[in-house]
Design a binder for this molecule. Structure first.
Ligand SMILES: NC(=O)c1ccc[n+]([C@@H]2O[C@H](COP(=O)([O-])OP(=O)(O)OC[C@H]3O[C@@H](n4cnc5c(N)ncnc54)[C@H](OP(=O)(O)O)[C@@H]3O)[C@@H](O)[C@H]2O)c1
Length: 281
Protein backbone atom coordinates (compact mmCIF):
# COMPACT_ATOMS: atom_id res chain seq x y z
CA UNK A 1 0.00 0.00 0.00
CA UNK A 2 1.31 3.45 -0.91
CA UNK A 3 1.04 5.58 2.22
CA UNK A 4 1.11 8.77 0.20
CA UNK A 5 -2.15 8.00 -1.54
CA UNK A 6 -5.37 9.76 -0.63
CA UNK A 7 -7.71 6.87 -1.29
CA UNK A 8 -10.99 8.23 -2.62
CA UNK A 9 -12.39 4.79 -3.31
CA UNK A 10 -11.95 3.71 0.29
CA UNK A 11 -13.33 6.97 1.73
CA UNK A 12 -16.31 6.87 -0.63
CA UNK A 13 -17.17 3.37 0.61
CA UNK A 14 -17.06 4.57 4.21
CA UNK A 15 -19.36 7.49 3.37
CA UNK A 16 -21.64 5.07 1.52
CA UNK A 17 -21.84 2.78 4.55
CA UNK A 18 -22.88 5.67 6.82
CA UNK A 19 -25.39 6.91 4.28
CA UNK A 20 -26.93 3.45 3.85
CA UNK A 21 -27.44 3.25 7.62
CA UNK A 22 -29.35 6.54 7.61
CA UNK A 23 -31.42 5.54 4.58
CA UNK A 24 -32.32 2.15 6.07
CA UNK A 25 -34.10 4.01 8.91
CA UNK A 26 -36.38 5.97 6.56
CA UNK A 27 -39.95 5.02 5.79
CA UNK A 28 -39.92 6.97 2.51
CA UNK A 29 -38.07 5.87 -0.59
CA UNK A 30 -36.07 8.73 -2.12
CA UNK A 31 -36.04 9.37 -5.86
CA UNK A 32 -33.29 10.88 -7.99
CA UNK A 33 -34.13 12.08 -11.51
CA UNK A 34 -31.41 12.70 -14.06
CA UNK A 35 -32.46 14.62 -17.17
CA UNK A 36 -30.21 14.14 -20.19
CA UNK A 37 -30.43 15.62 -23.67
CA UNK A 38 -28.48 14.59 -26.78
CA UNK A 39 -25.92 11.89 -27.34
CA UNK A 40 -22.74 12.91 -25.52
CA UNK A 41 -20.97 9.55 -24.94
CA UNK A 42 -19.22 10.61 -21.71
CA UNK A 43 -22.58 11.76 -20.28
CA UNK A 44 -24.04 8.31 -20.90
CA UNK A 45 -21.23 6.76 -18.84
CA UNK A 46 -21.74 9.27 -16.01
CA UNK A 47 -25.52 8.74 -15.96
CA UNK A 48 -24.99 4.97 -15.76
CA UNK A 49 -22.53 5.40 -12.86
CA UNK A 50 -25.08 7.52 -11.00
CA UNK A 51 -27.84 5.00 -11.69
CA UNK A 52 -25.72 2.10 -10.42
CA UNK A 53 -24.82 3.87 -7.19
CA UNK A 54 -28.35 5.21 -6.59
CA UNK A 55 -29.88 1.75 -6.96
CA UNK A 56 -27.17 0.19 -4.75
CA UNK A 57 -27.90 2.72 -2.03
CA UNK A 58 -31.62 2.09 -2.23
CA UNK A 59 -32.93 5.15 -4.08
CA UNK A 60 -35.37 5.09 -6.98
CA UNK A 61 -33.62 6.29 -10.10
CA UNK A 62 -35.20 7.80 -13.20
CA UNK A 63 -33.34 8.90 -16.32
CA UNK A 64 -35.49 11.18 -18.46
CA UNK A 65 -33.61 11.13 -21.72
CA UNK A 66 -34.44 13.25 -24.76
CA UNK A 67 -32.64 12.96 -28.09
CA UNK A 68 -33.93 16.46 -28.77
CA UNK A 69 -36.30 18.71 -26.80
CA UNK A 70 -37.18 22.39 -27.06
CA UNK A 71 -36.17 24.69 -24.22
CA UNK A 72 -39.83 25.47 -23.46
CA UNK A 73 -40.75 21.79 -23.19
CA UNK A 74 -37.68 21.00 -21.07
CA UNK A 75 -38.49 23.82 -18.68
CA UNK A 76 -42.10 22.61 -18.48
CA UNK A 77 -40.88 19.08 -17.60
CA UNK A 78 -38.57 20.39 -14.88
CA UNK A 79 -41.39 22.48 -13.37
CA UNK A 80 -43.56 19.35 -13.23
CA UNK A 81 -40.78 17.50 -11.39
CA UNK A 82 -40.37 20.43 -8.99
CA UNK A 83 -44.03 20.08 -8.01
CA UNK A 84 -43.99 16.28 -7.74
CA UNK A 85 -43.65 15.37 -4.05
CA UNK A 86 -42.36 11.91 -4.98
CA UNK A 87 -39.18 13.38 -6.50
CA UNK A 88 -36.37 14.15 -4.05
CA UNK A 89 -33.57 15.38 -6.30
CA UNK A 90 -33.21 16.59 -9.89
CA UNK A 91 -30.08 16.80 -12.01
CA UNK A 92 -29.63 18.10 -15.51
CA UNK A 93 -26.70 16.17 -16.95
CA UNK A 94 -24.10 18.53 -18.45
CA UNK A 95 -23.09 19.39 -21.09
CA UNK A 96 -26.41 20.33 -22.65
CA UNK A 97 -26.58 20.77 -26.44
CA UNK A 98 -25.65 24.36 -27.31
CA UNK A 99 -29.15 25.30 -28.54
CA UNK A 100 -30.35 25.13 -24.91
CA UNK A 101 -29.60 27.96 -22.45
CA UNK A 102 -27.77 26.08 -19.68
CA UNK A 103 -28.29 28.78 -17.02
CA UNK A 104 -31.97 29.15 -17.77
CA UNK A 105 -32.51 25.39 -17.63
CA UNK A 106 -30.47 24.84 -14.45
CA UNK A 107 -32.17 27.74 -12.68
CA UNK A 108 -35.58 26.21 -13.33
CA UNK A 109 -34.72 23.42 -10.87
CA UNK A 110 -36.15 24.09 -7.42
CA UNK A 111 -33.17 24.98 -5.16
CA UNK A 112 -34.56 22.43 -2.69
CA UNK A 113 -34.20 19.63 -5.27
CA UNK A 114 -30.98 20.95 -6.84
CA UNK A 115 -28.74 18.05 -5.77
CA UNK A 116 -25.92 19.19 -8.09
CA UNK A 117 -25.88 22.53 -6.24
CA UNK A 118 -25.67 24.49 -9.49
CA UNK A 119 -28.62 26.90 -9.25
CA UNK A 120 -27.71 30.55 -8.71
CA UNK A 121 -29.69 30.50 -5.49
CA UNK A 122 -27.61 27.66 -4.00
CA UNK A 123 -24.32 29.15 -5.23
CA UNK A 124 -25.18 32.47 -3.53
CA UNK A 125 -25.93 30.63 -0.29
CA UNK A 126 -22.51 29.00 -0.49
CA UNK A 127 -20.84 32.40 -0.91
CA UNK A 128 -22.82 33.71 2.07
CA UNK A 129 -21.81 30.71 4.20
CA UNK A 130 -25.41 29.55 4.53
CA UNK A 131 -26.31 25.87 4.69
CA UNK A 132 -27.03 24.62 1.19
CA UNK A 133 -26.64 21.83 -1.36
CA UNK A 134 -23.01 22.08 -2.47
CA UNK A 135 -21.77 20.97 -5.93
CA UNK A 136 -20.73 17.32 -5.74
CA UNK A 137 -17.06 17.35 -6.79
CA UNK A 138 -16.06 20.22 -4.47
CA UNK A 139 -18.08 18.57 -1.68
CA UNK A 140 -16.21 15.30 -2.33
CA UNK A 141 -12.85 17.07 -2.18
CA UNK A 142 -13.76 18.64 1.18
CA UNK A 143 -14.85 15.25 2.53
CA UNK A 144 -11.50 13.76 1.48
CA UNK A 145 -9.53 16.56 3.14
CA UNK A 146 -11.62 16.14 6.31
CA UNK A 147 -11.19 12.37 6.34
CA UNK A 148 -7.40 12.70 6.15
CA UNK A 149 -7.57 15.41 8.85
CA UNK A 150 -5.78 17.90 6.62
CA UNK A 151 -5.88 21.30 8.36
CA UNK A 152 -6.70 24.39 6.27
CA UNK A 153 -6.51 27.17 8.81
CA UNK A 154 -3.48 29.37 8.13
CA UNK A 155 -2.55 27.21 5.13
CA UNK A 156 -1.84 28.41 1.64
CA UNK A 157 -4.24 26.66 -0.67
CA UNK A 158 -3.98 27.10 -4.42
CA UNK A 159 -6.88 26.02 -6.64
CA UNK A 160 -6.15 25.83 -10.37
CA UNK A 161 -9.36 26.11 -12.43
CA UNK A 162 -12.29 28.43 -11.70
CA UNK A 163 -15.31 26.67 -13.24
CA UNK A 164 -18.71 27.00 -11.57
CA UNK A 165 -18.75 23.21 -11.31
CA UNK A 166 -15.46 22.73 -9.45
CA UNK A 167 -12.92 25.51 -8.89
CA UNK A 168 -15.19 28.39 -7.90
CA UNK A 169 -17.27 26.50 -5.29
CA UNK A 170 -14.05 24.98 -3.92
CA UNK A 171 -12.60 28.46 -3.50
CA UNK A 172 -15.58 29.44 -1.32
CA UNK A 173 -15.72 26.18 0.64
CA UNK A 174 -12.02 26.52 1.53
CA UNK A 175 -12.34 30.22 2.31
CA UNK A 176 -15.27 29.42 4.61
CA UNK A 177 -12.89 27.06 6.44
CA UNK A 178 -10.38 29.91 6.93
CA UNK A 179 -7.82 28.80 4.38
CA UNK A 180 -5.91 31.47 2.49
CA UNK A 181 -7.00 30.61 -1.02
CA UNK A 182 -5.61 31.65 -4.40
CA UNK A 183 -7.68 30.85 -7.47
CA UNK A 184 -5.68 30.42 -10.69
CA UNK A 185 -6.99 30.06 -14.24
CA UNK A 186 -5.98 30.15 -17.89
CA UNK A 187 -5.10 33.83 -17.76
CA UNK A 188 -2.87 33.48 -14.68
CA UNK A 189 0.66 34.56 -15.51
CA UNK A 190 3.49 32.41 -14.16
CA UNK A 191 1.33 29.63 -12.67
CA UNK A 192 4.39 28.03 -11.12
CA UNK A 193 5.01 31.03 -8.84
CA UNK A 194 1.65 30.22 -7.19
CA UNK A 195 1.71 26.40 -7.19
CA UNK A 196 5.28 26.34 -5.82
CA UNK A 197 4.10 28.05 -2.61
CA UNK A 198 1.00 25.91 -2.03
CA UNK A 199 0.67 23.81 1.12
CA UNK A 200 -2.40 22.28 -0.51
CA UNK A 201 -2.68 22.27 -4.30
CA UNK A 202 -6.00 21.44 -5.97
CA UNK A 203 -6.01 21.14 -9.74
CA UNK A 204 -9.20 21.07 -11.84
CA UNK A 205 -8.29 21.99 -15.40
CA UNK A 206 -8.45 19.00 -17.75
CA UNK A 207 -4.90 19.03 -19.08
CA UNK A 208 -2.60 16.03 -18.60
CA UNK A 209 0.74 16.85 -16.92
CA UNK A 210 -0.13 20.51 -16.38
CA UNK A 211 1.59 20.27 -13.01
CA UNK A 212 5.12 18.87 -12.98
CA UNK A 213 7.46 18.23 -10.00
CA UNK A 214 9.35 21.51 -10.47
CA UNK A 215 6.05 23.37 -9.88
CA UNK A 216 5.34 22.06 -6.37
CA UNK A 217 6.96 22.40 -3.00
CA UNK A 218 8.28 19.50 -0.93
CA UNK A 219 5.66 17.74 1.20
CA UNK A 220 2.67 19.56 -0.24
CA UNK A 221 -0.72 17.89 -0.44
CA UNK A 222 -2.17 17.46 -3.93
CA UNK A 223 -5.76 16.88 -4.96
CA UNK A 224 -5.98 16.09 -8.65
CA UNK A 225 -9.52 16.59 -9.95
CA UNK A 226 -8.62 16.39 -13.64
CA UNK A 227 -9.75 13.55 -15.87
CA UNK A 228 -7.95 13.16 -19.18
CA UNK A 229 -8.49 10.14 -21.40
CA UNK A 230 -5.48 9.31 -23.54
CA UNK A 231 -5.34 6.04 -25.54
CA UNK A 232 -8.19 4.70 -23.42
CA UNK A 233 -6.30 5.32 -20.17
CA UNK A 234 -7.23 7.89 -17.55
CA UNK A 235 -4.82 10.55 -16.32
CA UNK A 236 -5.17 13.51 -14.02
CA UNK A 237 -3.74 17.00 -14.46
CA UNK A 238 -0.76 16.30 -12.20
CA UNK A 239 2.22 14.30 -13.46
CA UNK A 240 2.65 11.00 -11.57
CA UNK A 241 6.23 11.95 -10.61
CA UNK A 242 4.81 14.65 -8.28
CA UNK A 243 3.86 11.82 -5.89
CA UNK A 244 7.56 11.51 -4.89
CA UNK A 245 7.75 15.12 -3.72
CA UNK A 246 4.25 15.41 -2.23
CA UNK A 247 3.33 14.14 1.24
CA UNK A 248 -0.16 13.06 0.10
CA UNK A 249 -1.79 12.90 -3.31
CA UNK A 250 -4.97 11.61 -4.92
CA UNK A 251 -4.55 9.07 -7.72
CA UNK A 252 -6.47 9.20 -11.00
CA UNK A 253 -8.58 7.11 -11.19
CA UNK A 254 -9.57 6.27 -7.60
CA UNK A 255 -9.21 9.72 -6.05
CA UNK A 256 -11.81 12.44 -6.52
CA UNK A 257 -14.00 10.50 -9.00
CA UNK A 258 -15.64 8.10 -6.51
CA UNK A 259 -16.14 11.01 -4.08
CA UNK A 260 -18.17 12.95 -6.65
CA UNK A 261 -20.74 10.19 -7.08
CA UNK A 262 -21.14 9.48 -3.38
CA UNK A 263 -21.43 13.22 -2.63
CA UNK A 264 -24.35 13.35 -5.03
CA UNK A 265 -26.00 10.53 -3.09
CA UNK A 266 -25.40 12.45 0.14
CA UNK A 267 -27.02 15.51 -1.43
CA UNK A 268 -30.15 13.50 -2.28
CA UNK A 269 -30.44 12.55 1.38
CA UNK A 270 -29.84 16.16 2.44
CA UNK A 271 -32.50 17.39 -0.01
CA UNK A 272 -34.94 14.98 1.63
CA UNK A 273 -34.03 16.24 5.11
CA UNK A 274 -34.39 19.87 4.02
CA UNK A 275 -37.79 19.19 2.44
CA UNK A 276 -38.99 17.58 5.66
CA UNK A 277 -37.93 20.69 7.62
CA UNK A 278 -39.75 22.93 5.11
CA UNK A 279 -42.92 20.88 5.42
CA UNK A 280 -42.78 21.11 9.23
CA UNK A 281 -42.05 24.84 9.13
N1 LIG B 1 -13.16 13.64 -10.78
C1 LIG B 1 -14.39 14.11 -11.00
O1 LIG B 1 -15.37 13.62 -10.47
C2 LIG B 1 -14.55 15.32 -11.86
C3 LIG B 1 -15.72 16.08 -11.80
C4 LIG B 1 -15.81 17.23 -12.59
C5 LIG B 1 -14.76 17.57 -13.42
N2 LIG B 1 -13.66 16.74 -13.48
C6 LIG B 1 -12.52 17.05 -14.35
O2 LIG B 1 -11.88 18.20 -13.84
C7 LIG B 1 -11.35 18.97 -14.90
C8 LIG B 1 -11.94 20.37 -14.83
O3 LIG B 1 -13.33 20.30 -15.00
P1 LIG B 1 -14.22 21.60 -15.17
O4 LIG B 1 -15.60 21.19 -15.41
O5 LIG B 1 -13.92 22.53 -14.04
O6 LIG B 1 -13.57 22.19 -16.54
P2 LIG B 1 -13.76 23.59 -17.27
O7 LIG B 1 -15.13 24.12 -17.06
O8 LIG B 1 -13.24 23.37 -18.65
O9 LIG B 1 -12.76 24.56 -16.49
C9 LIG B 1 -11.39 24.43 -16.61
C10 LIG B 1 -10.71 25.52 -15.83
O10 LIG B 1 -9.29 25.38 -16.02
C11 LIG B 1 -8.73 26.64 -16.37
N3 LIG B 1 -7.56 26.44 -17.23
C12 LIG B 1 -7.52 26.01 -18.51
N4 LIG B 1 -6.25 25.94 -18.94
C13 LIG B 1 -5.47 26.36 -17.92
C14 LIG B 1 -4.07 26.53 -17.76
N5 LIG B 1 -3.21 26.26 -18.73
N6 LIG B 1 -3.62 26.98 -16.57
C15 LIG B 1 -4.47 27.25 -15.56
N7 LIG B 1 -5.82 27.10 -15.65
C16 LIG B 1 -6.29 26.67 -16.82
C17 LIG B 1 -9.84 27.39 -17.09
O11 LIG B 1 -9.58 28.78 -16.99
P3 LIG B 1 -10.58 29.91 -17.62
O12 LIG B 1 -11.69 30.01 -16.63
O13 LIG B 1 -9.73 31.11 -17.68
O14 LIG B 1 -11.01 29.40 -18.96
C18 LIG B 1 -11.06 26.94 -16.30
O15 LIG B 1 -11.27 27.76 -15.17
C19 LIG B 1 -11.70 18.18 -16.18
O16 LIG B 1 -10.62 17.33 -16.50
C20 LIG B 1 -12.88 17.36 -15.77
O17 LIG B 1 -13.01 16.18 -16.53
C21 LIG B 1 -13.54 15.65 -12.72
Amino acid sequence: MNEKIIDGKMVSLKVEEELCQKISKLKDKLTLVVISVGDDPASKVYVRQKEKKAIKIGYNFLNLHYDKISETSLIREIKKLNKNAEITGIIVQLPLPSYLDKNKVLNTISPLKDVDGLTDSNLIKLVKKEETLVPCTPKGVMTLLDYYKIPFQGKRVVVVGRSELVGLPLFHLLLNKNATVTLCHSKTEDLKSYTKNADILIVAVGRKDLITPDMIKDNCIIIDVGINRVDNKLYGDVANECMEKASLMTPVPGGVGPMTVISLMENVYLAYEHSKCQNKG
